[in-house]
Each structure stands twice: as structure tokens, then as C-alpha cells.
Design a protein. Sequence first.
Length: 364
Amino acid sequence: MNSGPDASKIRSLHGLRGLMAWWVVTGHLVQAFGWHAGLLGSPELAVDVFILLSGFVIAMLVERKAEAYPAYILRRAFRLFPLYLPLLLVSAALLPVQLAVWEILPPTEGTRDRIALAHAAMAHMPFHLGIHAALLHGLVPTQYSEGIAVSVMAQAWSVSLEWQFYLVAPFLIAALYRQAWLRAWVIVIVLELAARYFMTAFLGAKILLFVAGIATCMAMSPQLRRQGLLIAGLCAAVTVLRDGVMQLVPLGIWGAVMAASLARPGSAVQAPTRLLGSRLAYHMGEISYSIYLIHFIVFFVSVYTATQFGLDGAVRAAVVSVVTIVCTYLGARVCHDLIERPGIQLGARLARGMGGPRPGLLAG
């Protein structure tokens, strides 16, 4: 997918992923220090762009790759777990540091919730760690353990969401591409109705955004363009009506990037594609998963260390922000090169070893 007519499109989506990862890092710094920075203080909007992007890319992968479900899910598992599990253990070991940091920072409703969650995780560590290790913490109903999705590793709520999507994506994508509308909408509606019993880390809470991403990929095909645009527009409209006008931000970003990727080469409209496909943006996209997972660990250690050195107030906030950004980048490069990329390559080798070419999921 890095060569041929779709190369620039894929490169720009890679760059978009990197840009959104840094929005998340910046947003968490803004929230932690109580700064007023407009949209930068809403990293959840960047995660929504990730979700749209994931729906698109997984649909493209499932549509084009002649691979049976076991090989597909093995590849997806090795995309997430090799880096996630060691960083989860580091986050669990740092829970006392997390607790100290949230108690140090300016008191807000958010920091008070984080303090309560850190206490709960330390008091029930085997359960919290076990459910997080399986990436199923998004499936715990709120009535049994409210907040568990963000208790040990706060940013990993969306990783559980992504894993849930990977598990059901081939069946949903196949139904949409085959125009088996009853089957597709039953899946979506059941997940939507169940979402009221779970936190945002449950697949049903974001299923419409995933479907909008899938439908965007459908719209790339001349035979399915009308259906894809109709489904994407319907999902976008319902999302805005249900979750508010702020959803226009991730949807607008996604629409602008896709429109730019389809524009005539050399036109002004295509400028975002060229920018997001640049070498730097593409590099950030390559390490975006590592950036996303490691940044909170760096942040906690930075705040705790700066406080031990007597830094406080605006000086501490400035030092921590710089250190967090720089060390997150350096740590992400190390994690990507030593853990993430080898894990992806191992998953690819194991998947190939499961047998020769088989009918694709959409044809099976």
C-alpha cells in the first residue's frame, strides 16, 4: 500500500495519524495544567479522527487482502499487544507516582476523578491489570466498575475500543460491501443500544464513526460511491445530533483530508495531502502509536521529578511540557524500533505461516 496510485493517499493518512497523536499529547498537557487553549484542550476530538481513520484503513485492508479471519486477527493482535503490554506494566508500576502527580496538580473535577481511579486500581490491582492486559476494559459495564477503562493506563481506553473494532470489523465490512443492509444495521443498532450500559471505551459508543470511516472507503469504489457517501453522511449527521456540534471538528478534518486526497494533482485543494505526506509528517505517523501510549508515562515522571527539584507553578508547567514533548518523541522512536515494528513483522510472518492464499473475507 506504499506504492501505486494510492501511495500519496496512504502517506497523507499516515501523516494525519501523526498530527492527531501530537494533538492528544498537547491536549493532555493543556488539561493537566488548566490552560485555556480552545480546541487544543479537547484531545478526545483527535481520537475521533483516529476512529474515522481506523474504519477507513481496516476496510481497505479487508477489502484488498486475501486473508482468512485467523490470519487477519493475528496480524491485528501483533499490531497492538507487543508494545501495549510492557507499557501497561510500566503504568501499573507507576500508579503511586500517578497518584502523587494528580495530587500535586491544580485541583479540578478531572484530577479528583483520577485520584479516585488510582486508589481503586491499587486496591484491586489483579482485576484491573488482568482486564486491561486482555484489552477488554472497555467491556466492563459501568454498574460494576465505573471508570475502569481509564484506571491503570488512561489513554488505553481507545486501544480497547480499537481491539473491539478489529474483532467485529470483517463481519461489518463484509455486510456493508455486499449491501446486506439488514445484517449491517442490526450489528450497528445492537451496539448502539448496548452503549448506554458502558463507558466511551465500548465499541457501541463510537460505532457510527467507525462506520463513517468504512463508508468513506466504500465511496472510493465507483460501484459503491453513492451508497458509501449516503452511509457516511447519515452516520455523520446522527453523530452530530447525538453528541453535539463539536463533532463537526473531527468530521470536518476527515472530510477535508479525504477531499484533498481526491483532488486533481497540483491543485490548491491538494495542499493538505502534500503537507501530511511530507517526510516529517509520515515519520510521525509511523511512530504515532508509540507516541500515544508512552506520553502519559513521560508526563508523570516529568511532573514528579520537577516537583522533587523544587519547581512549581508556571516554571514547572513549562519545563514539564518541553520535557514531555521531547522525551515522548525520543521514547516513541525507541519503542517503535525495538518493540512495535518487530512485533508487526513477527505477526506478519506468523500470519503467512498459517497457510497459503485463501479467499478474502469479503469473498468468503
